[in-house]
Ligand binder design. Sequence first.
Ligand SMILES: Cc1cc2nc3c(=O)[nH]c(=O)nc-3n(C[C@H](O)[C@H](O)[C@H](O)COP(=O)(O)OP(=O)(O)OC[C@H]3O[C@@H](n4cnc5c(N)ncnc54)[C@H](O)[C@@H]3O)c2cc1C
Length: 505
Amino acid sequence: MLWPLLYKDLNESQRELRRKSLDFIGYSVLFSQLTALVYVYIYANFLRRGAVRRLEWRLRYRILGGKTPTRGKVQSVGAALVYWAWMGLMIWLCVKDVDHDYIHLTRAFGMAAAASLPLNVLLGMKYSPLKLVFPNCSYEGPVNVVHQWLGSQIYLLLTVHACLYLKFFWDTSRMKTRLLEADALCGVWAFGVMTILVTSAYPLVRESFYSVFYNLHIIISGLLPPLLYFHVSHSRPYIIATVGMLIVDRVLRVMSTMSTTATISLDPRSSILDILVSFPNKPPPPAGSHILLNVPSLSLWAKNPFTVVESGSGHVRMAARVRGNFTKKLVRVAKVPVNIESGYGGHGVSRELVGGVDRALLIAGGIGGTFALPWARFLKANGVDARFLWVVPKVGDLLWARDGVALAEVYITGGHNGNGEGRDEEGMELLDASSSRDALSAHPLSLSSGRPDIREAVGELVGRDKRALVMVCGPDLMAEDVKNAVRSHVLAGRDVTCHMEVFGH
Ligand SMILES: Cc1cc2nc3c(=O)[nH]c(=O)nc-3n(C[C@H](O)[C@H](O)[C@H](O)COP(=O)(O)OP(=O)(O)OC[C@H]3O[C@@H](n4cnc5c(N)ncnc54)[C@H](O)[C@@H]3O)c2cc1C
């Protein structure tokens, strides 16, 4: 029973019982997490077909119907169900054995938060062991979104924990004494650190001040474990597990970082940098995988992710759209020492994703071509019937692709909204496509002005008895259009898989 909540004066054996009950909450959280992971594995590998798959697509409808999806936010009906079901489970675990004991409830929220920390670090690891179980799940995709959700839930649990304790100290006139004791102070500081982390990770702040978010995440998150360790002894097993994972992640990241040289060039007709990185002593990462690029002479800390578009003997090639701070500085260098962290996030082109697929449709918007082009080459080499639609604001933005352009049906929108991803708006001036052909070193399959009809393209792809794959990498609205086009076919029972690649989170 929960209500009324009382400040109970417990004897030794009652305290012992409460301690055991609180420990049990921690084990229950771990057990729930394990069950959820096993369920996701079974769901992804065995259950996601037929009526279950159609239900999943129905639940993907956006709740408030806003136009632009915001990454990390709980926006679809299905996502909201998962988020609040998990939150509900945590709250139920916290309240179920309270037995009118206010302190039990207060500590239960702290315990549930502490027990959730290791999983959250596991989800946030760049080289997470979860990849062994979910090889197709890139760090940048759903895993990162769940990491953000769980982070916000941990913060909510900690907020309730802190508020309940403050009320207790206030009611028992111990605000001035208890809060100055070392263990309570550690808790207060840990809550402060968590507040800074959550605020800097808020989408608006993160997107505007990415380097602030990134540096705070790396530096300040390291303060949390020692503060929590000294705050309360019962949560130490979770803190030790968290620290262990943070150390493994850092060590793996250092081990997969290599110092080398990059040659950077920018064609004056283009706003996309061509980056050639030499891999003299190590096999280069495969095309389609991601690397983190650090240029120490420009910034000691910043590491920006890019996609490998070409992987040859002893080198890889990447293309980077000139956008903000980092890429603008890159324009000014020609040959420069760099640190490359490879094998991060996406796994590169692989048969696993296209196994059994009869037809594929690749749709790229702007720099999303760096994702689509390696796949177009791979599908062609493996004899899969594939169509590649590539929408760019101007012809110059295709130059980096060289002969790869020959695989694409190109659409020139002529629009640029300044965010560097060709997120074009209606009513823009369209280019005369035919006059643009000469700028390219290879001829595309077709060159048109305007945008492709995505609904029609998806409709043409999806045959009655064939297995189809749609892959998209581009602006949010383009991805949303593709998702909506695919949805109607999935709901009609067609066998079509949709992979949405996201640049940034
Ligand atoms: C997996 C992945 C693959 C990508 N591949 C390409 C590509 O092939 N070509 C290309 O032009 N762009 C790619 N991007 C996007 C690219 O990383 C950003 O556009 C680039 O870092 C922005 O540079 P900037 O000059 O604006 O830098 P900054 O001003 O330093 O950063 C601005 C924005 O870049 C993004 N960003 C920076 N660092 C990171 C990071 N470590 N993790 C996630 N996002 C970050 C954030 O959205 C941030 O708001 C990719 C992004 C991801 C996540």
